[in-house]
Design a protein around this ligand. Structure first.
Ligand SMILES: Nc1ncnc2c1ncn2[C@@H]1O[C@H](COP(=O)(O)OP(=O)(O)OP(=O)(O)O)[C@@H](O)[C@H]1O
Ligand SMILES: [Mg+2]
Length: 503
């Protein structure tokens, strides 16, 4: 029998200049996967942080198992059985998996309460094995990939024997297979009578795994219901207050001359024999599963990683891009995938973040022209619909999705000729997604050449003029907009090379 385990009543949370939550209600039952839905900045993560003792509410209350929740810190929540996997990584990278998992609840032995490392290692390994993770409990977290880190955080929640497990966008760093693994874990938690709060911007996930949903908009409670009784349109309307007419606003653009030409590019262990041309006005999609080598190719072109073979030419002339500075001077911009560690500097204002790559251009005698800085920030900040209390606030006060928008704005502000986007809409809500797509289209129609890496098939099919597919470091397919469909693209992404395709 499912019963109410957590009740949020009339919850309000103010930050300076912002009402992050405004009279929110939420009822969570045991054995239920509850989707918390809303646009970037709607207040989802703030609500999670109140439930887990990170923030105190300004007004309203949270009842947990019928009692008023009065956590003084995150450890209280952990001990009470509410565990969260936060949007931003919250592990200590210099410590091992075991140390991270038992942080704050060490196993001790004897009367002296000595820390029992053996027991903790054993239990950690058992947890990892149970989740079928190929990770050694003594590995330092810094040596794990993003997906593995997420899985370790889940293992941690399990080790705490949490009654409520909150997952704030858990799948954004996972590959298709890993998402399946996560679903398995979620279903198992559910069968064990736990309550799961699941935050995601991906509707297919919500409809696949969630039973119930609650929608927030601008910090306000909008509504709730059974997932089985609703549909995407209805949820979108609740989220944005209107229906979205077009998801992939691709405009037809005449494809111009070749701008970038890559020949036989290789980096041992990552990719080999990568060759393609990119034309003026073209949106070239790169599809593949996580780990296919797409990001590595782009990092090499941008001068972050060194290549072992191959050439890169711009406008027909071979160029030697030694580092990202060179790349930027050639008019190339690269928006990386892992924006949390490579994109945004959290302790810096939005304005400083956005203008960082062009700080020299905006300065004279080492002094930044504040007015220009503001103008650039405003132009591109507004274009990306960044929601913030002001342009001067630090990036760490922004919601996850809005931080992503800052990184996009930063690179678009350099007004590049070639724009490489690595998963540009990851973590971005539906309405902004449409805005980002519209913006990409607009840039292309002005003659910019765009490379769009995406693991979201509808995005690639909807936006790209041409699709290149990679699998395990090799190109396994190339399709024109007309040819590309979910069948042939997915086949190529899983390593199947279509007959008649010469690569
Ligand atoms: N520490 C903070 N200081 C100031 N403002 C904050 C802070 N944390 C969050 N906010 C603001 O509260 C609002 C809600 O943010 P929150 O992170 O809860 O959104 P979200 O729904 O999780 O969005 P996303 O989908 O982008 O992750 C945003 O306007 C954000 O800028
Ligand atoms: Mg969030």
């Amino acid at each position: 029998m499912s019963e109410t385990i957590l009740e949020v009543k009339n919850l309000t949370k103010y930050f300076p200049g912002i009402k992050a939550l405004d009279g929110v209600h939420l009822t969570i039952r045991t054995g239920e996967v509850h989707a918390l839905i809303g646009e970037n900045g709607a207040g989802k993560s703030t609500l999670v942080k109140i439930m887990t003792g990170v923030y105190f509410p300004t007004a309203g209350e949270v009842l947990y198992e019928g009692n008023l929740l009065e956590f003084k810190n995150a450890l209280d929540a952990q001990n009470a059985g509410i565990a969260a996997i936060h949007q931003e990584a919250s592990m200590f990278s210099e410590l091992s998996v075991t140390e991270n998992i038992f942080m704050g609840h060490h196993i001790t032995k004897g009367r002296t309460r000595r820390i029992d490392w053996k027991a903790m290692q054993k239990e950690t390994q058992a947890l990892l094995d149970e989740l079928e993770l190929d990770i050694d409990c003594n590995t330092l977290v810094k040596n794990l990939g993003v997906a593995q880190r997420h899985m370790v955080e889940i293992a941690k929640a399990l080790s705490l024997n949490a009654q409520i497990v909150i997952m704030d966008e858990p799948t954004s760093a996972l590959s298709m297979r890993e998402v399946e693994d996560l679903y398995k874990i979620v279903r198992r938690l559910k069968d064990a009578g736990k309550a799961i709060i699941f935050i995601s911007h991906k509707f297919d996930e919500i409809f696949e795994i969630c039973d119930y949903f609650t929608v927030l908009r601008d910090g306000k409670y909008i509504g709730e219901g059974k997932v089985a009784d609703t549909n995407v349109d209805e949820i979108v309307t609740m989220m944005v207050g209107r229906s979205l007419d077009q998801m992939y606003p691709k405009t037809d653009v005449a494809i111009g001359k070749t701008m970038l030409s890559v020949k036989n590019l290789a980096q041992p262990g990552y990719f080999s024999n990568v060759s393609f041309d990119l034309h003026e006005g073209e949106i070239l999609g790169f599809f593949g599963l996580i780990g296919a080598g797409r990001s590595e190719v782009m990092r090499t072109i941008f001068g972050i990683d060194k290549r072992s073979a191959g050439t890169v030419s711009l406008d027909g002339k071979e160029v030697h891009i030694a580092d990202p500075n060179d790349a930027m001077n050639y008019g190339i911009a690269f928006v990386p995938e892992d924006r949390q560690s490579q994109g945004v500097i959290l302790q810096m204002s939005i304005a400083k973040n956005i203008t960082l790559p062009q700080i020299n251009k905006l300065s004279k005698y080492g002094i930044i022209n504040k007015k220009r800085e503001f103008e650039v920030t405003k132009t591109f900040g507004e274009k990306m619909e960044i929601r913030a209390a002001g342009w001067h606030v630090d990036a760490d006060t922004l919601s996850g999705g809005n931080q992503q928008k800052v990184v996009l704005a930063k690179w678009l502000a350099t007004q590049p000729r070639i724009l490489i986007l690595d998963e540009p809409t990851k973590g971005i809500d539906v309405a902004t997604k449409a805005a980002v797509h519209e913006f990409i289209s607009e840039m292309a129609s002005q003659g910019l050449a765009v490379i769009l890496i995406s693991s979201e098939l509808p995005e690639v099919l909807g936006m790209a003029d041409r699709v290149i597919v990679m699998h395990e470091g090799k190109m396994t397919g190339e399709f024109s907009r007309e040819e590309a469909n979910s069948d042939n693209v997915i086949k190529a992404a899983t390593g199947h090379i279509e007959e008649g395709v010469s690569l």
